[in-house]
Design a binder for this molecule. Structure first.
Ligand code: ADE
Length: 243
């Protein structure tokens, strides 16, 4: 999968793409991350990319010319144009389902905003898929683009060392529930013991316990993820998860 990222701050990405999981995926040619500087497409000698909003108001707005032209230049690069994604707090909310849709693409073009946002004509002309990573305002779309790259890359076969682990993670479980609690050595830590069942070697029982824990945890923390029939209150049930 190829990711093209258009940004005013390409250098922000180098530390991130140079770290273990992404680095290995890039080295193994499972993903390719190409960074493009929007400022290189500005029209004047001061490299201007933003201006004051018509009608007044605070902040600066990204001008249409450098943004549209940088996107067009990137989309013209072979092999074929990628799905165009604009990172903006006003977009549709990123969920694991959206991540799964994006992972089906061969190429994604991610455009990061800064300042007060994009001139509306960029959106009207190019009709991008506008995506928000949550209901809060970031300083720019770069962190949001990294979130998308991270979440999508780990769905690409071969990117995770252990192919199973993205199937049992919260939100990627077949039933969309949160993950059960996990333990590793030591067996006792500061007086807290690993649940006996996990040491039993009885795998059908372990699977049953984990399924119960997933359901309990989801009811307690994220009842909105459960189908209506499973949203029964947990008020009278012991809190077994504690984590
Ligand atoms: N840019 C600023 N805030 C954002 C958000 N929450 N999601 C995506 N892009 C953004």
């Amino acid at each position: 999968m190829r990711f093209d990222v258009l940004t005013l701050f390409p250098e922000i990405f180098s530390g991130y793409t140079g770290q273990s999981l992404l680095k290995r995926a890039i080295e193994n040619r499972l993903i390719d991350v190409q960074l493009h500087d929007i400022r290189a497409y500005s029209h004047d000698k001061h490299n201007t990319v933003d201006d004051r909003p018509y009608g007044g108001g605070p902040g600066m707005v990204l001008c249409p010319e450098p943004v549209v032209e940088s996107i067009e230049a990137v989309q013209a690069m072979p092999p074929r144009p990628g799905r165009l994604v604009l990172l903006t707090p006003g977009g549709r909310r990123l969920t694991q389902q959206v991540v799964e849709q994006l992972a089906e693409e061969e190429r994604l073009t991610l455009v990061c905003g800064r300042y007060e946002g994009f001139d509306q004509r960029i959106i009207d002309l190019l009709e991008p898929d506008e995506i928000s990573i949550g209901d809060y305002i970031l300083g720019g779309g770069e962190v949001a683009a990294m979130v998308i790259i991270d979440a999508v890359a780990r769905l690409i076969p071969g990117v995770l060392g252990d192919e199973q682990s993205n199937q049992t993670d919260s939100f990627s479980q077949p039933d969309g529930m949160l993950e059960y609690p996990q333990y590793t050595r030591p067996r006792v830590y500061r007086g807290l013991e690993v649940p006996e069942i996990l040491l039993s070697g009885n795998h059908p029982e372990i699977a049953r316990w984990r399924a119960e824990q997933s359901l309990l945890r989801t009811r307690q923390r994220r009842a909105d993820l459960l189908p209506d029939t499973r949203q029964t209150s947990t008020k009278n049930q012991p809190n077994q998860t504690k984590s």
